[in-house]
Structures are given as C-alpha cells and as structure tokens.
Design a protein around this ligand. Sequence first.
Ligand SMILES: [Zn+2]
Length: 323
Amino acid sequence: MSKVKYYYDSETLSYRKIERKKRKTFKYILLFLSASALFGFFFVFIASQYFESPKEKALNRELQNLKLNFELLNKKFDEAEAVLSSVEDRDNNIYRHYFEANPIPEEQRKAGFGGVNRYKEYQGYDNSKLIIESNKRIDKLQKRIVVQSKSLDEIAILAAEKEKLLAAIPAIQPVRNEDLTRMASGYGMRTDPFTKARKMHWGMDFTAPRGTPVYAAGDGVVKRADASASGYGKHIRIDHGFGYMSLYAHLYKYNVRKNQKIKRGDLIGFVGSTGRSEAPHLHYEVFKDEQRINPINFYYGSLTAEEFNTLLEHASLENQSLD
Ligand SMILES: [Zn+2]
C-alpha cells in the first residue's frame, strides 16, 4: 500500500491530496532505464577493450593458427620455387642449348601480371599484405610452370626432329668399304682423267667392280634416277630433307624408281661406268642447300676414329680422279 501524501492549500484552507500524475511516473521509469542501459553499454564497451570473451579467444587462436599456416605455406613456396629454378636452369642451359633453341629470358619466365589489380578483393584487412603476397607468389609459380611446360613441349618436338635429321643426313658410305682401299679420290682439286688438267672434283670416287651394290647414305626420297644429266651417266639423287641431298653417279643399274621413299642402307643401285667415267667406280656427292660439300664430314656414323683417319688420308691424296 502506497503512502498517501497531503499538502495544505492556503486558498481553500484545507489539506489536499497530492496527486502524482501517471504520465510523470512513466517518464521517471523511462529515464531510469535509459540511464541503466547507457551505463551498461559503456561498461561492456570499456570491458571489451581490456578483456576477451571466450568467443574472441577462440577466434584469436584461429587467426594465429591461420597466420602460422600461411608462414608454412610460404616456406613450401620457397622449396617449390627452388626446384622450379633448377629445372628452368637445366632447361635453358642443357636441353634448349642441346637442341639449339634460344634460352627463355628470365623476364619472360618470371613475368608477373600487369594491368588490372588482380588482388583488389584481398585489400583492406590487417592481413591483406600477407594474403596478397602469397597469392602473387602462387600466381607467378603457376605462370612459370606453364612457361616451363611449353618449353618442354617444344623440346619434345625438336628432339623428334633431331632424330629425323640424324636419320636423314647422309652419314654412311654408299659402298661397303671394310678395308677402306676402295676410295680412289676425294673432294678437292684433282687431275681430270680425260684432259689431265687440274680441276675441282666435287665428290668422292669409290673404285669397285661393275655390279657392286650401292647403298643410300640416309633416309629420304628418290628425286631422280635417270641418265639425262651430262657426265653423271645413270645416276640417282636422294632428297634427305633439311636441305641435304646425295648423288650417286656412273651406275650400271638402278634398284629404285623416282619418288620412292628409302631408308639409310637400302640398296639403290649397282656400280658401273656410265657417263664421263674412266673405269667402273661410284662417284658420290653430298649437297647442303644446293651447294656441294665434302662428303667425308658425314661418315662419323659408321666409322671408328681410326677408320675415319685412314679414310681422311686416302681422301686427301692429290691423285687423279675417276670422275
Ligand atoms: Zn668422281
């Protein structure tokens, strides 16, 4: 029961009841609640500056854990980068060098990404720098792997080409020559057997009896097998590709036709003395880009070092060619 308060009214000379208005009471309550809420809010706010809630503690632990993991990831990037660097180094200095491809410049291998800011979405946080740097590293790493992978693709193609080239170039002697006495005259200035004048002998002469087999010096396609070139008599020309061609002259008989595909060592014809020839022999020429070159430089495939030296001696004797 609430106390009833009175006051003395001097006009009416009587005691009157003090009547508190209900609205006023409500106002007081509202004021009290607002003040408590404000106080509570400040208290919590100030407390939160100095004390962590259990949830915050858990979040902080997780944040620390993430940071640690980023650091570990960056160490792994170090390792991956080191391995890739070593592969790139070998690629430039061994593989690409061996297959005569230009090394890929450092700037091209390690180029970043220009233009628009790819890392915009990571900006504006405490850990932005860490996240952006890590992303940059992984992006660069990915790009380097793509460049390296493309380089290896290129090398695989070059290796296949090199294999074809090695099979194509005229690298064996066209006549079986175990004792190496059959070469009568080499490439260079020789005495012409008909005019006795000194002139350039553009091939190698191998003496052999009529009918001795003649072999293709490398893989290729028969471009000619006819007697319509002056001087050569019945002769064969093989196109080996890569700018190489070999020519076999003064044949007795053909064993191939024009446009026939052949392999190194295939029997293509037989020694004779047709055309401008003094005695049965094979006149053999090698062309590179339509220029005649010394065939002796190509026999490395089938000879030992000693055999090659003996052949070299025979080839350099300044004797008379058989043409
Ligand atoms: Zn000759």
